[in-house]
Design a protein around this ligand. Sequence first.
Ligand code: SAM
Ligand code: 2KA
Ligand code: SF4
Ligand code: MG
Length: 229
Amino acid sequence: MTAIVREAAEAAAPASATRLRITEIFHSIQGEADAVGWPTVFVRLTGCPLRCTWCDTEYAFHGGQWRDLDTILAEVAGYGARHVCVTGGEPLAQKRCLALLARLCDAGYEVALETSGALDVSGVDRRVRKVMDLKAPGSGEAARNLWSNLEHLTPRDQVKCVLADRADYDWAVARLREHRLAERCTVLFSPVHGALAPRELAEWILADRLPVRFQLQLHKALWGDVPGR
Ligand SMILES: C[S@@+](CC[C@H](N)C(=O)[O-])C[C@H]1O[C@@H](n2cnc3c(N)ncnc32)[C@H](O)[C@@H]1O
Ligand SMILES: Nc1nc2[nH]cc(C(=O)O)c2c(=O)[nH]1
Ligand code: SF4
Ligand SMILES: [Mg+2]
């Protein structure tokens, strides 16, 4: 069977109701958002309906393996970490992601979800900390932002704007004010890795007295831009 035929067959026949397509499960230092620095197990779900120009995980768009929930939970448990981050690809593109998140919460983990902001987050377990992107124009995917998602954020969640240039920054500042984002939850501004100089973004945030939290991808400082880290 060729890889393409196998992929099509797997996509058509997820045998059990509790299977998800997984690109990788790995143990690393959380490099982004509120839980930055904590030893964390990452569960990266395969597939994404978006194509952000600067995406650093294109390898998660295709392939992966169908894994059932019990097997995923068992592998996560094997690392003995308190924190779990469910990411992708776009995790919410697989409906069973909601069951995975609930099972991880039931098991007692601190659970974070990295999501694009383009898919409905209303069904996500309230115990999960959502880290929701708002895609700026430089991503090429700003039209996909599902603004109704803002109503489902709580103070434990975070909104993240990943910015490629000054035009993206100006867009994000306008959205911050328009939607009173900082009154809803923590707002993260992060430079696109290798595109916008981190110091430049830091200076803009300070000059404008913005109530946002600057963030850099810590794992890339530690290990570079490699899969599974
Ligand atoms: C790979 S995405 C997966 C989750 C989901 N699809 C999303 O976009 O949030 C995880 C996080 O990495 C960020 N990211 C991806 N490529 C990046 C890059 N080149 N520089 C900085 N952040 C990046 C995304 O914006 C997102 O916040
Ligand atoms: N170390 C590490 N931290 C991360 N936080 C969010 C990640 C992601 O790809 O969603 C990520 C990742 O890929 N690696
Ligand atoms: S939504 Fe996330 S995974 Fe999908 S292309 Fe954009 S950054 Fe990559
Ligand atoms: Mg990543």
